[in-house]
Design a protein around this ligand. Structure first.
Ligand SMILES: C[S@@+](CC[C@H](N)C(=O)[O-])C[C@H]1O[C@@H](n2cnc3c(N)ncnc32)[C@H](O)[C@@H]1O
Length: 256
């Protein structure tokens, strides 16, 4: 494991920008980031969220109301948490991600779980901004902690909408922006200091974890996602704030 320079407690803002670049460079930098942390990704998720990301993902899957016969697409699936849960509920599930390293971890988890007979799940390499499926293909389209990483999150939502069947559930889980100013400050300080520190300690990479705050600053979060869903004329649009808006789930259904 390679440890980068000391945690960015006292370093300048440049450190947090290493994996963030706007425009055309964005995807390549994001790909580098996940290639670097893939092996430790699950561990760090548990540590940073005190295991709570499992509850938030469970909430996503409950909202998806997956059942046998449904087709589900989990975008930016990473190591596969949401995809596994959708498949376990019986949906014919595809997990899509552009990082071979993250998909490798997902695939090895799938093979380890083969005893549980997760046959209705496949992982596919591809770009969430150009989903390699035709229009109206899925009953459920989810994305967990992915939209924020796209060069254009709006394009990502347009693509989710395109591949969704009429009546499909579209669900986005991501870091949010708490409406309360004091809580937002405390939370952003946590993202600025403790999260990169944990990244350094347990993954040898502070910069990859400093990226979370950088990407969040450049992502308009739950309110803008809801606005975009309204623009797409989704129905039953909901914003579910978790931990006072530090995390958020956006839900909407494609009109039948
Ligand atoms: C923070 S991880 C989330 C993984 C998983 N969904 C979870 O909640 O644990 C973000 C994932 O998005 C993927 N990703 C980022 N941009 C992408 C794109 N344009 N197309 C497909 N996957 C992308 C990354 O490779 C990474 O695996």
């Amino acid at each position: 494991m390679r440890f980068d320079s000391p945690p960015p407690l006292v370093q300048n803002a440049r450190v947090s920008n290493v994996f963030y670049a706007p425009g055309d460079q964005r995807a390549a930098k994001v790909n580098d980031l996940f290639a670097a942390i893939a092996r430790r990704y699950d561990l760090l998720n548990d540590l940073q969220s005190f295991g709570m990301h499992r509850l938030w993902k469970r909430r996503v899957v409950q909202l998806a109301k997956a059942k046998a016969g449904d087709r589900a697409l989990d975008l930016c699936c990473g190591t596969g948490d949401i995809a596994f849960a959708l498949a376990r509920r019986g949906a014919e599930t595809t997990g899509l991600d552009f990082s071979p390293q993250m998909l490798e971890v997902a695939e090895s988890r799938r093979l380890k779980n083969s005893k549980l007979k997760i046959q209705n799940l496949k992982f596919l390499q591809g770009d969430a901004q150009q989903i390699p499926f035709s229009d109206h293909s899925f009953d459920i389209v989810t994305v967990g902690y992915g939209l924020r990483n796209l060069t254009s999150w709006e394009r990502g939502l347009d693509e989710m909408f395109r591949v969704a069947r009429p009546g499909a559930r579209l669900i986005v889980l991501d870091f949010g922006k708490p409406p309360n100013a004091l809580w937002r400050k405390i939370y952003f300080t946590h993202l600025k200091i403790s999260v990169p520190l944990m990244g350094w300690l347990f993954c040898g990479n502070a910069r990859a974890y400093a990226y979370i705050l950088e990407s969040l600053k450049n992502y308009p979060a739950q309110l803008a996602v809801a606005e975009k869903m309204r623009g797409l004329k989704l129905t039953d649009i909901r914003v579910i704030n978790l931990l006072g808006g530090a995390m958020a789930i956006n839900y909407g259904e494609k009109a039948a």
